[in-house]
Write a protein that binds this ligand. Structure first.
Ligand code: NAD
Ligand code: UDP
Length: 319
């Protein structure tokens, strides 16, 4: 049986990856320090014989007994609110955490896939963003703690590949949404849906002309799965190219939820990227992958998930 370590297992993406690899017949070792994740996301896996969980901070030395075929390094705060609140931990997990997991991969002779991000393109001057673009990132701006940690992650991963011959993969993930996102994590999908459910106005940052392109979780997991088993060592974008302005997106959520509330405009956070849309030609060509779930369909699923949460969870606010 193949053994896979998934870091960030109790988070949004990590928990869905655990489900997928369990379903594919792997022995899954989940690792998480629960800084932004929640055990309830993987509680259903605990009774399974082929799932184990290690409560551990991967920014400190990582040790595991036995053979290890694959590593997926997904541990890292991912929401701007989270990484602005815990900037040093974010820098550490992208740098020291990645270093530790590359070291483990080298020791165990495992293939390792690391979770990078569209944020390596920063506030992009090329649109849509393809993998050849080097990006436009401020190293000292507030988002730099996340963006530069991920850029370092890519750099050290390629160095381990070139210098040690390590078998590596890099996925550049674009905005992904789905069930198990924290309602109060500040990202725009849970933020707008939480506001609609609580009967609050929807807070659009800036004038709402900035764009994003949202990918449903099942499509994202499929892309990551195909990348892991491909021979693509260079980074690959995985995301849904269907682009929208945030203002239009707020209107879409108002229509979906039927809320009587309105859009209000609040100041735009510093360095918020003005446009973002993945060029997925590489993923299409090399992985035969493209997203299948359209936004209306995906948003309906995630709205039903948020509606099913308890009133206490709905009222929990972090900002
Ligand atoms: P999340 O916050 O839901 O999950 C991250 C998980 O990592 C949490 O469970 C957290 O507790 C854990 N973690 C953080 N630091 C850790 C540490 N030092 N040791 C062990 N565990 C630690 O976020 P997510 O959306 O699931 O993102 C997962 C990964 O995907 C991240 O690496 C993120 O950068 C990347 N990513 C996500 C998106 C997206 O749209 N969701 C976009 C780009 C990149
Ligand atoms: N956003 C917004 N209102 C909110 C939360 C976010 O207008 O309550 C905007 C934010 O400024 C950004 C976009 O929505 O332009 C996506 O934000 P998110 O935090 O989800 O992801 P990221 O900025 O990392 O793409």
């Amino acid at each position: 049986m193949k053994r896979i370590l998934i870091t960030g297992a109790a988070g949004f993406l990590g928990s869905h990856l655990c489900d997928r690899f369990i379903a594919e017949g792997f022995h899954v070792i989940g690792m998480d320090n629960l800084i932004t994740g929640d055990l309830k996301n993987i509680a259903h896996l605990f009774p399974l014989e082929h799932f184990e969980f290690h409560h551990h901070d991967v920014s400190t030395f990582v040790h595991l007994e036995g053979k290890l075929d694959y590593i997926l390094h997904f541990a890292s705060p991912a929401s701007p609110i989270d990484y602005l609140k815990i900037p040093i931990e974010t820098l550490k997990v992208g740098s020291l955490g990645t270093l530790n997991l590359l070291g483990l991969a080298k020791q165990k002779n495992s293939r390792i896939l690391v979770a990078s991000t569209s944020e390596v393109y920063g506030d992009p001057l090329v649109h849509p963003q393809n993998e050849e673009y080097y990006g436009n990132v401020s190293p000292i701006g507030p988002r730099g703690v996340y963006d530069e940690a991920k850029r370092f992650m890519e750099s050290i991963t390629m160095a381990y590949h070139r210098h040690h011959g390590l078998d590596t993969r890099i996925v550049r993930i674009f905005n992904t949404y789905g069930p198990r996102m924290r309602l109060n994590d500040g990202r725009v999908v849970p933020a707008f849906m939480g506001q609609a459910l609580r009967g609050e106005d929807l807070t659009v940052f800036g004038d709402g002309s900035q764009t994003r392109s949202f990918c449903y979780i099942d499509d994202q997991v499929e892309g990551i799965y195909r990348l892991l088993f491909s021979d693509c060592v260079e980074p690959v974008n995985i995301g849904n190219p269907h682009e929208t302005t945030i203002k239009e997106f707020a209107e879409e959520i108002i229509a979906l939820t039927g809320t009587k509330q309105k859009v209000i405009y609040v100041p735009l956070p510093q360095d918020d990227p003005t446009q973002r849309q993945p060029d997925i030609s590489k993923a299409k060509k090399l992985l035969g992958w493209e997203p299948k779930v359209n936004r209306a369909e995906g948003l309906k699923i995630v709205y039903d998930y948020f509606k099913s949460l308890s009133p206490e969870e709905l009222q929990k606010k972090e900002h």
